[in-house]
Design a binder for this molecule. Structure first.
Ligand SMILES: *Cc1c(COP(=O)(O)O)cnc(C)c1O
Length: 335
């Protein structure tokens, strides 16, 4: 029997032999002393790539967002965030629990944006009754969709005009860049800070980076230590991220093509609605009578996916075109 095709997430990739070789060969030092040359090289590289002064290497995207939110906001400040945003919904409420930052969740529009009117209406006046609205946080890609560039420009301009800072959860920023054909820097430059994951589509086993201005990153550095993210000889991990930046960015286009192929392969099935994917995430909605137990049935047939709100299939480095063909066969039989 073939091994299962794992489309649950792009976090399931295993480091390639070349990536492992780069990790094994990495020069390291104690990064809490600032001594790890590979971490320092990665931080310089990702900061330059995204057009910011400084960067901080952190274990996870969750910690990256948390350090970013806490570096922007004081206790009792408020941040505006999408109702379905990762920072708000999927990070254990860390901003509120650990940062005492009040989230003001706002509806995500179908394209992942937050309506400008909603942003404007949610910014509280300077009045002792209210938390101080301090930050707007957006996410790109959002559910695999690329935030429209014109939207990013107007939302961040609105935030700035109201004195708010801006943060981008760019866990899949490079997917957005490859899918839109815009350099990642063109997207990042509208934000004060950006978080990117190396452990998603880029295929590194561990690691994210927070980028921003020098003083902002200095504040985030202290917070990283506070939340336990000061790592020692982390260069073995940074080497994987550097390797990913060298070898796994352009190839994201293959993942996007695979997601489109999967979507096309599912056309015409009754009771199955396929949302055309913009990057590496495909959502499929089923008629109610088809939904119960479907994730388990697919698993038994050799295709792994998630189905918390809708069926979600994510393509990545460890999925080949043959896997996609096989997955289409299984899905056509079992959906
Ligand atoms: C995965 C993800 C994160 C968090 O990354 P972890 O490394 O899993 O903590 C943050 N934001 C988005 C949009 C993500 O997809």
């Amino acid at each position: 029997m073939n091994p299962p095709i794992d489309l649950r997430s792009d976090t399931v990739t295993k480091p390639t032999p070349a990536m492992r070789a780069a990790m094994a060969a990495a020069e390291v030092g104690d990064d809490v002393f600032g001594d790890d040359p590979t971490v320092n090289a990665l931080q310089a590289r990702i900061a330059a790539l995204l057009g910011k002064e400084a960067a901080l290497f952190v274990p996870t995207g969750t910690q990256s967002n948390l350090c970013g939110l806490m570096a922007h906001c004081q206790r009792g400040d408020e941040y505006l965030v999408g109702q379905m945003a990762h920072t708000y919904r999927w990070e254990g409420g860390g901003a509120a629990v650990l940062g005492s930052i009040q989230p003001q969740p706002l509806p995500n529009q179908p394209d992942g944006s937050i309506a400008l009117e909603d942003i404007a209406a949610a910014i509280k006046p300077d009045d002792a009754h209210f938390a101080r609205t301090r930050l707007l946080a957006l996410e790109d890609t959002w559910g695999g969709q690329v935030l429209p560039q014109a939207y990013i420009e107007s939302a961040t301009a609105l935030a700035r005009s109201k004195g708010l800072a801006t943060h981008l959860d760019g866990a899949r920023l490079f997917n957005a860049a490859v899918a839109s054909g815009l350099p990642a820097l063109e997207i990042a430059r509208h934000f004060d800070s950006v978080s990117v994951c190396f452990s998603k589509g880029l295929g590194a086993p561990v690691g994210s980076a927070l980028v921003g201005g020098r003083e902002f990153i200095a504040r985030a550095h202290r917070i990283r230590k506070m939340v336990g993210g000061g790592m020692r000889q982390a260069g073995v991990l940074a080497a994987a991220a550097l390797h990913a930046l060298d070898h796994h960015v352009e190839r994201l286009a293959e993942d996007h093509a695979h997601a489109r192929a999967l979507a096309e392969g599912l056309q015409g099935l009754p009771g199955v609605t396929v949302t055309p994917p913009q990057s590496n995430i495909l959502f499929v909605d089923l008629a109610p009578e088809k939904a119960p137990g479907v994730v388990d049935r697919l698993r038994a047939a050799g295709v792994l996916c998630t189905g918390l709100y809708r069926l979600r299939f994510v393509t990545h480095l460890d999925v080949s075109s043959r896997d996609i063909d096989r997955a289409i066969g299984v899905l056509r039989q079992h959906l």
